[in-house]
Write a protein that binds this ligand. Structure first.
Ligand code: ZN
Length: 341
């Protein structure tokens, strides 16, 4: 159960829900909003475990633990820990899919209509992320939210400000989760990673407020990978590498990482150019940024099915833009390249 502890930056939200429960004012549905990678699923799991646990820890039983967390030892907690608790439904898009199917939502009715494994116990339904609900699935869920069946707790996880049916939003009590402060993020990350503090810093700066995401980036070697890509860009500028070679190196990671890095670099170069009073160069780099956004969208929607070619295109564009020292040239050159795809 250790991983489902309440994170320090979630303590206020936790206290709020536990107080509601104590006063028997628990909502039947919460919209838990927080940054991806900030531990919002961990929060939902800790809350689910707390609701199912038959012997939750007393207030302040453990120093630093906010309030009445699940015991982690009773039969319900052990069942929950196996991932197969019969009174819990954890709904998320199936492997390789981006949206939650209507059939998955229909399984809620089966759960709420069956007898729970302990008398009068609550049933918990986690939906993550809520923005992955398609129209059909959202409407099907709405029926359950309108007529809350028995003792049921819905925990919908979403990003702050995410798009979803207003009728779904209005039937849930909002439960915003704070992001981790830089100090909290650093403290948590250094407890969970043995990387050097400069690497921890780099990872946190890539995932501000979201230390769990920063840890995932560290484990995937992203901060180190980014430094290598930046060295490769210098090699490309010096003619030692081709855009295709850099693209092949980047292709080992999801294209999002290269796109994010190039977006940061374009913005940085545009700012530098503005400071040096080179508006044409600044405009060219902003144009690269716009092209990156377009490519990102094309890759996400599947309109461009070839990430390697997209990356090569990005690096060719970068080579043309950075290689052009003559800031008085026509901006049309860049526009031509940008509109080629
Ligand atoms: Zn327990």
């Amino acid at each position: 159960m250790a991983f489902d502890a309440v994170l320090p930056w979630h303590i206020d939200a936790w206290m709020q829900v536990i107080a509601q429960q104590r006063h028997e004012r628990l909502a039947h549905a919460y919209l838990i909003s927080g940054l991806p990678g900030s531990g919002r699923y961990q929060f939902a799991r800790a809350l689910a475990a707390r609701m199912l646990c038959t012997e939750p820890l007393a207030d302040n039983a453990v120093k630093g633990v906010p309030d009445a967390v699940a015991c982690g030892r009773c039969r319900q907690c052990l069942l929950f820990d196996t991932g197969n608790h019969p009174d819990v439904l954890d709904i998320t898009p199936e492997e390789g899919k981006s949206s939650i199917k209507i059939d998955q939502i229909r399984s809620i009715s089966r759960l709420v209509n069956q007898t729970s494994n302990q008398t009068g116990a609550i049933k918990v339904i986690i939906i993550r992320p809520a923005e992955a609900l398609g129209v059909g699935a959202a409407n099907s869920l709405l029926k359950n939210l309108e007529e809350p069946p028995g003792r049921t707790l819905f925990l919908l996880i979403s990003e702050p400000g995410a798009q979803m049916l207003p009728t779904i939003r209005s039937r849930c009590q909002p439960l915003p989760l704070a992001p981790a402060s830089p100090e909290q993020g650093m403290a948590w990350l250094s407890e969970h990673s043995s990387s050097a503090s400069a690497e921890l810093d780099a990872a946190l700066s890539l995932a501000p407020g979201a230390p769990l995401q920063a840890l995932a980036l560290l484990e995937a070697g992203i901060p180190a990978w980014r430094s290598i890509v930046q060295e490769q860009l210098e090699d490309m500028a010096a003619g030692r590498l081709t855009p295709l070679e850099v693209a092949k190196y980047c292709h080992a990671q999801p294209p999002d990482y290269a796109i994010q890095l190039m977006q940061e670099l374009s913005l940085h170069k545009a700012r530098e150019a503005l400071r040096a009073q080179q508006p044409m160069a600044a405009r060219a780099f902003l144009e690269v940024g716009r092209e990156l956004t377009l490519i990102h969208r094309q890759l996400e929607s599947g309109a461009n099915p070839n990430p390697l070619m997209a990356l090569e295109h990005i690096f060719s564009l970068w080579q043309n833009t950075t290689g052009d020292k003559d800031v008085t040239r026509k901006p049309g050159d860049v526009q031509f390249i940008a509109s080629r795809q």
